[in-house]
Design a binder for this molecule. Structure first.
Ligand SMILES: [Zn+2]
Length: 315
């Protein structure tokens, strides 16, 4: 064989081998790059979902996202664009007057109703009430949206109403949420951070549907009977647990069984909440942020009963 040819062949083989090595390195390199990007993305999303400590998200700062009003904890706002519920339009105006907050408990079949017969409302009655509200010009908003209008110059629809749901019963997710969603509305869920019927996945779905998630303590005790450290634990602990679990900011509180006194009220404010709902009857007023009245909805209340209760309050 021609020695020149042999040398050329050897050089050629060598070149091909080097090119293959280079190509393999590039492939491995880009694969590693993709892996790194995926890992970084996962880390980032996990971090931004969990950064819910009260120190990083002061509850009393303005929330004028006009999007259910409850920003996710942390800096990211992108989640808001997908949230349901009522959104401001041309008909919304500044509003500092009182607002009715309706108080619901169990929606749906009255299983175990013998224990708390007054706390159940059938799905049909609830649907009739929501339809009546819509037909009579009301729009359901969250308490956070009301507070934005009261304190931060935000706007509200002409006849605002808040539908609040206590404790976290399954029917609130299964029945109340879809009925409200049909009107483009969302409610306020006052959630025990432990022992409710609802999973975090279900609560997150409600949040995405525009619901405000508020704290209803950890274990639903009578707060007036607790010593200061136990009281602080129920108030601060529930806020932290819900924020960590859901990755959203918790802004408002609801007194378990409506029990509170001056000490409890001061502790709720000190825990960084912006407002607290009671079971005291009447309209919620701007001047009483930690004693917000509500309109109790009783078992058997249909559209007529709701209409009577609201007109008795002048709204
Ligand atoms: Zn309760």
């Amino acid at each position: 064989m021609d020695p020149g040819f042999e040398a050329r062949l050897a050089r050629r083989k060598d070149l091909v081998r080097r090119r293959q090595i280079v190509r393999r390195r590039i492939l491995i390199g880009s694969f590693a790059g993709v892996l790194l990007c995926v890992a970084a993305f996962l880390l980032f999303t996990r971090d931004s979902g969990n950064s819910g400590g009260p120190s990083s998200v002061p509850a009393a700062s303005g929330n004028q996202d006009g999007n259910g009003g409850q920003n996710p904890a942390g800096s990211g706002n992108s989640e808001n664009t997908a949230r349901g519920g009522a959104h401001p339009d041309d008909s919304w105006e500044t509003h500092t007057g009182p607002v009715p907050i309706l108080m619901y408990h169990v929606i749906g079949p009255a299983a175990g109703a013998e224990d708390y017969p007054g706390l159940f409302l059938s799905t049909e009655d609830f649907r009739d009430q929501v339809n009546w509200l819509a037909q009579n010009g009301y729009t359901a908003v969250t308490l956070v949206q009301v507070q934005n209008a009261w304190y931060d110059g935000g706007t509200l629809p002409p006849k605002p109403v808040v539908l609040s749901f206590d404790d976290g019963y399954l029917g609130q997710y299964l029945f109340a949420m879809p009925i409200l969603e049909k009107q483009g509305w969302a409610g306020q869920l006052n959630l025990k951070s432990e022992g409710s019927d609802l999973s975090s996945k279900q609560v997150k779905k409600m949040y995405r549907a525009g619901w405000e998630i508020a704290s209803h303590s950890i274990t639903h005790p009578d707060l007036t009977t607790l010593d200061p450290s136990a009281l602080e634990h129920e108030l601060v602990g529930s806020k932290q647990e819900l924020q960590k679990d859901l990755g959203i900011r918790i802004i408002n509180f609801c007194y378990p069984a409506g029990q509170y006194n001056d000490e409890v009220k001061a502790a709720v404010e000190a825990a960084g909440y912006r407002g607290a709902t009671t079971v005291n009857p009447g309209l919620a007023e701007k001047s009483m942020p930690f004693e917000l009245n509500r309109v109790r909805i009783d078992a058997g209340d249909g559209a007529d009963a709701l209409s009577e209760k609201l007109s008795a309050l002048g709204v």
